[in-house]
Design a protein around this ligand. Structure first.
Ligand SMILES: [Zn+2]
Length: 138
């Protein structure tokens, strides 16, 4: 399976300055859109997850978030799935951001941390899509 890079939650989090609850809403929003075979960026609907992923990779919509107004809504506090494991990986503090900032100051630990972060980053969208496929239609 081709690796999907692009949905960079940590980068989004720091670029947009998202707090924990906004991350939760964003993840739930993305999940709901993907679950409905809809591109979370342009809101186009597709027949299958494969078409959707194809579209998102082709157009690089995978890296584009819709305006915050669209996903920063109270309804997205609630997970699309029970026991959404991705939500547990979210941080309720700014630890990750601090780690990112500290990198320059503390080169000794930077390598290990950036490996972990890179791993996390590249796997978030895969997680989203795969978990959704497991939860969705056969
Ligand atoms: Zn799109």
């Amino acid at each position: 399976m081709e690796e999907v890079h692009g949905f960079d939650l940590l980068k989004i989090k720091s670029d947009y300055g998202l707090n924990f609850y906004q991350q939760v809403k964003l993840v739930n929003f993305v999940r709901r859109e993907v679950h409905q075979c809809r591109c979370y960026s342009c809101q186009n609907k597709f027949q299958s997850k494969t078409e959707l992923t194809g579209h998102m990779e082709e157009t690089e919509h995978i890296t584009l978030l819709p305006p915050r107004l669209i996903w920063d809504q109270p309804q997205y506090y609630f997970p699309t799935y029970e026991n959404d494991t991705l939500l547990f990986t979210l941080s309720d503090s700014d630890d990750e951001l601090l780690v990112g900032k500290r990198k320059e100051d503390v080169p000794v630990i930077s390598e290990d941390i950036s490996n972990i972060e890179a791993l996390k980053r590249s796997s978030v969208l895969n997680q989203l899509l795969q978990q959704d496929m497991n939860n969705g239609e056969p």
